[in-house]
Every structure is written in structure tokens, then in C-alpha cells.
Design a protein around this ligand. Structure first.
Ligand SMILES: CC(C)(COP(=O)(O)OP(=O)(O)OC[C@H]1O[C@@H](n2cnc3c(N)ncnc32)[C@H](O)[C@@H]1OP(=O)(O)O)[C@@H](O)C(=O)NCCC(=O)NCCS
Length: 201
């Protein structure tokens, strides 16, 4: 499907007061070292209990580093045509988290927003600051027509971020989707909250 943004060259880095957001986007010919960057790998390893509660790529077993490298390079390759945007978030030279715009409808375009924090760096406002800049980029530069965030209803830290986005960017709280998925660890039914931003052409 044709995407109105597939040919556009977007900046490699975004910056905020405290943070640098480095875009993960590599052409195949750059794949000489097929390893996930060590700081990102260490960040994942430091956050396993929290990530395992929320992300299917951590389940049923925490991936081995070679599997994470493959996922990382697949993600980087797909990002070349602006289908998705992934940002590794740094405070100085510390890797503190990750924010993604996962492509949904290329013709609009629309994206689903995902994020996680390296656990020892949580509680500093880094992810809200980073997500805010990624959303500004999505609205103003990418001209996304719809952005969705769908945290589990009981994911209080993530919903706190969503509520601040309602205030800052006019995200709309749409409501609860019942039985959205089964919990990866407990296999219980989970509801998710739906927050949506939209703008006209
Ligand atoms: C969701 C998640 C990213 C939230 O991380 P977080 O660090 O709590 O989120 P924020 O960046 O918004 O930081 C919030 C805290 O920083 C503090 N803060 C905000 N701005 C700050 C600043 N400028 N300086 C210092 N501290 C600040 C706030 O007081 C807030 O703490 P509080 O909740 O006790 O009030 C994290 O819990 C996580 O990675 N969870 C696992 C993955 C996940 O669930 N992802 C979302 C799926 S939808």
C-alpha cells in the first residue's frame, strides 16, 4: 500500500531539554556487525521483570542475545521506509528507554505508540519527556492522522503517561476494550484502555 511518507528523509535524532532520541533505522549494507548495541541489551536485561509482564517478545522465555539482535536488525530494516519509527532514548550517554511509533495504516498514515523505561531509570520523567517529543514529531513532521495508545487498564505508570498526553496533546480517552488479550504470564483475560489522537488532512 502506498504511504505518503515513504520517500521523506526524516532526521536521525530528536532532542529535548534532557534527552537525545536516536532513531534506529539502518540499511542492509550497514549490517556488518549483526549485534544489538550493548547498552540496549544491558537495558533490556536490567528490566526483565517489568518487560516480561507487558511484552510478547519477552515470552515465554527471555530471548537470547542473538534472538534480540535479529529482532533489532529486522526492526531497523523495516524502519527504512518510514513504516515505523523506533527511538533509543539517552540522557547524556546513559540509555534510559525506548519509544516506538509502530506503523498501522500506511495510507493515512497511522501509528500505535509503545514505550518502556530501563527500570533503574524509572520515576524521572524520562519516558513522558521522550514520548512527548515523539508525538510532536508524529503530529508536525510525519503528519500522522491517527495515533493510538492501548495500555492494560491496570498498568498505572503507563496510564499516568496517557493521562498527561490527554492534557498536553488533546489525546481522547475513548474507553475500555474488554478482553483485549490474555495476560502473558497469568493467562487471565485483560482489558485495555484506548487513547487516540487524530487530526484532519
Ligand atoms: C510505563 C513506564 C514507561 C513508565 O515509566 P516512568 O518512569 O514511571 O514514567 P515517566 O517517565 O512519566 O516518569 C514518571 C515519574 O517521573 C517524575 N518526573 C516527571 N518529570 C520529572 C522531571 N522533570 N524530573 C524528575 N522527575 C520527574 C514524576 O514525578 C513521575 O513519578 P510519579 O509517577 O511518582 O509521579 C514504565 O513503568 C515501564 O517501562 N513499564 C514496563 C513497560 C510498559 O508497561 N510499557 C507501556 C506499555 S503500554
Amino acid at each position: 500500500m502506498h504511504s505518503p511518507i515513504s520517500e521523506i528523509e526524516f532526521p536521525q535524532n530528536l532532542t529535548t531539554e534532557r534527552l537525545t532520541l536516536k532513531r534506529i533505522c539502518h540499511r542492509r549494507e550497514e549490517w556488518d556487525e549483526h549485534h544489538i548495541p550493548t547498552d540496549i541489551l544491558r537495558g533490556i536485561q536490567q528490566s526483565i521483570p517489568e518487560l516480561k509482564q507487558r511484552f510478547s517478545w519477552m515470552y515465554p522465555d527471555v530471548p537470547q542475545s542473538y534472538e534480540m539482535s535479529k529482532t533489532y536488525w529486522d526492526m531497523a530494516g523495516l524502519a527504512i521506509q518510514n513504516h515505523s519509527f523506533h527511538f533509543a532514548v539517552y540522557c547524556g550517554n546513559k540509555f534510559v528507554g525506548f519509544v516506538s511509533l509502530d506503523g498501522r495504516e500506511p495510507a493515512l498514515p497511522s501509528f500505535s505508540i509503545g514505550y518502556w523505561c530501563v527500570t533503574p531509570h524509572a520515576g524521572n520523567g524520562y519516558i513522558f519527556e521522550a514520548v512527548s517529543e515523539v508525538i510532536r514529531f508524529a503530529i508536525e513532521d510525519v503528519k500522522a492522522k491517527r495515533l493510538d495508545i492501548t495500555p492494560a487498564v491496570d498498568n498505572a505508570p503507563s496510564r499516568a503517561i496517557c493521562e498527561k498526553l490527554v492534557q498536553k496533546f488533546n489525546f481522547e480517552y475513548v474507553g475500555v476494550k474488554k478482553n483485549a488479550w490474555r495476560h502473558l504470564v497469568t493467562n487471565t483475560l485483560c482489558d485495555c484502555a484506548i487513547y487516540v489522537f487524530s487530526q484532519p488532512d
